[in-house]
Design a protein around this ligand. Structure first.
Ligand code: MG
Length: 257
């Protein structure tokens, strides 16, 4: 099932994306998607709504350098212990929302990533239970001020500025994430093409590692790292992250007003 969050006539709702005779429609959800919910049967055309970030996470935990080729392209080793960092909730935007180029950077990069959406409160999750705590998957762009990342020991500003975490267009449940194509294009030109099967640490490894330290809550998001091919974004560019079985997350880069 594809579950989107959207606004229509000033109201916010969740809906299941279905194919209709005149294009995709949203079947409005009664209840909260992570818990028990049912479809209302009330359907609205997808093209008449504004998609919002598909989740409102309490936190976004991101993993760095989880694809060997990407670590190498920036002159880094694959770390012995996964590098984990936070992106704040204020960095999250949805499909179609603008990425604002930060004033303190001259080198903005795209990073296409598979995002895992957590479905239930969990801590110290054993490997074999990881699938039980995952609600679904969506596309993410871990937008990074690369020059700031090199300059500053912690990545809070480089990877945490407002609009640096596009998520969407929707969450897909019932997806096997073990070997999905991950692509990034800028203005239609391919920049990144990888497969989740090439992750150094699997999703199971990452959830075990993160929940050893902290509780994950329903709606929390884990970013799983980016494949090789990261590169610059400029004002006016349109960046698109496409993940097999999910869809395409598109955002335009604008100057911060
Ligand atoms: Mg990243």
């Amino acid at each position: 099932m594809r579950i989107a969050r959207f606004s229509i006539d000033g109201n916010v709702a969740f809906g299941a994306v279905e194919d209709g005779p005149d294009g995709p429609v949203l079947d409005i959800i009664k209840g909260i998607p992570y818990a028990d919910f049912e479809l209302s049967g009330t359907k609205v055309p997808l093209k008449g709504v504004r998609l919002l970030p598909p989740v409102l996470p309490n936190k976004v935990v991101a993993i760095g350098r989880n694809y060997a080729e990407h670590a190498a392209e920036l002159g880094n080793e694959v770390p012995e212990v996964p590098v984990a960092f936070f992106k704040p909730t204020t960095s999250v935007i949805g499909h179609g929302d603008p990425i604002e180029y930060p004033s303190f950077s001259q080198e903005l990069h795209h990073e296409a990533e598979l995002a895992v959406v957590i479905g239930r409160m969990c801590r110290e999750v054993p490997r074999e239970r990881v699938k039980d705590v995952v609600f679904g998957y969506t596309c993410a762009n871990d937008v990074t001020a690369r020059d700031v990342q090199r300059r500053e020991a912690q990545w809070a500003r480089a990877k945490g500025f407002d609009t640096s975490c596009p998520l969407g267009p929707w969450v897909v449940t019932d997806l096997d994430p073990s070997d999905l194509g991950v692509q990034c294009t800028v203005n239609g030109e391919q920049r990144q093409l990888g497969r989740t099967g090439d992750m150094v640490r699997s999703i199971e490894d990452l959830i075990v590692h993160i929940t050893e330290a902290m509780t994950l809550l329903p709606g929390d998001v884990v970013l799983t790292g980016t494949p090789a091919g990261v590169g610059p974004l400029n004002v006016g560019d349109e960046v698109a992250v496409t993940i097999e079985g999910i869809g395409t997350l598109t955002n335009k880069v604008i100057k911060r007003g």
